[in-house]
Design a protein around this ligand. Structure first.
Ligand SMILES: Cc1cc2nc3c(=O)[nH]c(=O)nc-3n(C[C@H](O)[C@H](O)[C@H](O)COP(=O)(O)OP(=O)(O)OC[C@H]3O[C@@H](n4cnc5c(N)ncnc54)[C@H](O)[C@@H]3O)c2cc1C
Length: 333
């Protein structure tokens, strides 16, 4: 690889909020960008599950905005109708008792779904969905990509951005650079069991969402309390990170049974429920000491994602932006 060569064509792997933010910033500075995403749509863990009669955000539940650059981006999303404020009636459940939460944090959600800002960001970007990149190969200073669906990608790239959770970066590129292997090895990502449930007998008006402490569950939320949600009233319930990590290999039925028992002990009426479960292998966490992004000029690789920058939506977006800016500053002719 020759780090001095001008970067003209970049492959971004992963169309989560970090990859999309990076791709947009690179493209707006005149670099040609192709994005490859293994799922059928964008947004990664800012995701929504839809069925015929309900939908529910089952990854990120809301996000906060503190950095002026992200606040400005959020204003753009709000103006475009793709995000809005969410002011839930919040409770806390702890030591077998409910209390009101005194959290005053400003919270935001995608509208009409959590995946909406990601979709909005895809405008004018070149994205190929259902392309799981399985191999990167250096060829005369350029990168060749292979994917499991179609084999070798026809285009060669000057630079590759890996906008993936740390364990997926490690699996794909851990043998390509020792610094990459070291940094991904430091990241501690935890799993999350998620339940989406319609509880026809549960009273809905008492609270919109609750932080749950000292139980196997850590969060319950009425999806319909968020702006522009439609359909049946569905709750999103997250297992706590430690319990989820320890129990991630349970089958869905067993995880469901344990989470339902916990909900009942909290006073939920779970009779006649309709339930869908989701297993997130890499939901949260990352580096204890965030480094924002990782640029590897000697091999023309860059890493961005929440795990490098605090483990949340805002950090992921900023990570992509900052990596793009560094590629532009250091590399472009
Ligand atoms: C259950 C849960 C609850 C959360 N709650 C909150 C919250 O309340 N507030 C908050 O701010 N954040 C929350 N988060 C975290 C938030 O969702 C993430 O910080 C953010 O969405 C991460 O974005 P990202 O782009 O870094 O990664 P991702 O969104 O994970 O994007 C990575 C993308 O890469 C794709 N991919 C993976 N491997 C390959 C491959 N080999 N080839 C091609 N594509 C690939 C994936 O399909 C995915 O689309 C939560 C996450 C989860 C799972």
């Amino acid at each position: 690889m020759n780090p001095k060569r001008a970067i003209k064509k970049v492959a971004v792997i992963g169309a989560g909020i970090a990859g999309l933010s990076c791709a947009r910033a690179l493209q707006s500075s005149g670099i040609s960008v192709d994005i490859f995403e293994k799922s059928r749509g964008p947004s990664g863990r800012m995701s929504t599950r839809r069925t015929e009669d309900w939908s529910a955000d089952h990854g990120a539940q809301y996000f906060t905005a503190r950095d002026p650059r992200f606040i400005q981006e959020l204003q753009d999303w709000i103006q475009a109708g793709t995000a809005d404020t969410w002011s839930p009636k919040l409770k806390v459940y702890e030591a077998n008792a409910w209390r009101d939460s005194d959290s005053q944090e400003a919270r935001y959600v995608g509208t009409p779904n959590m995946s909406s800002p990601g979709k909005y960001l895809t405008e004018n970007l070149s994205i190929q969905y259902e392309r799981t990149i399985t191999r990167l190969e250096s060829r005369d200073g350029e990168w060749a990509l292979r994917c499991s669906e179609t084999g070798e990608i026809a285009t060669l790239y000057d630079f590759v951005v890996l906008a993936l959770p740390a364990p997926q970066v490690s699996a794909l590129a851990g043998d390509l650079d020792p610094q990459l292997a070291y940094v991904t090895g430091l990241a501690q990502m935890k799993a999350c069991w998620t339940m989406m449930a319609h509880f026809p007998k549960q009273l809905s008006e008492e609270f919109d969402a609750a932080f749950v402490n000292q139980e196997i569950i850590s969060w319950v939320c009425q999806n319909n309390s968020k702006p522009m949600r439609q359909g049946k009233l569905v709750w999103t319930i997250h297992g706590n990170p430690s319990w989820s990590q320890e129990n991630i290999e349970l089958n869905k039925e067993e995880a469901q049974t344990q989470m339902l028992a916990c909900l009942r002990s909290m006073g939920f009426d779970c009779q006649d429920s309709e339930i869908s479960m989701h297993r997130w292998r890499y939901a949260s966490g990352g580096l204890n000491n965030p480094i924002q992004f990782l640029l590897l000029p000697n091999v023309n690789l860059g890493l961005c994602g929440d795990w490098l920058n605090g483990g949340k939506v805002e950090g992921a977006w900023l990570s992509g932006l900052e990596l793009a800016s560094e590629i532009n500053n250091g590399y472009k002719n």
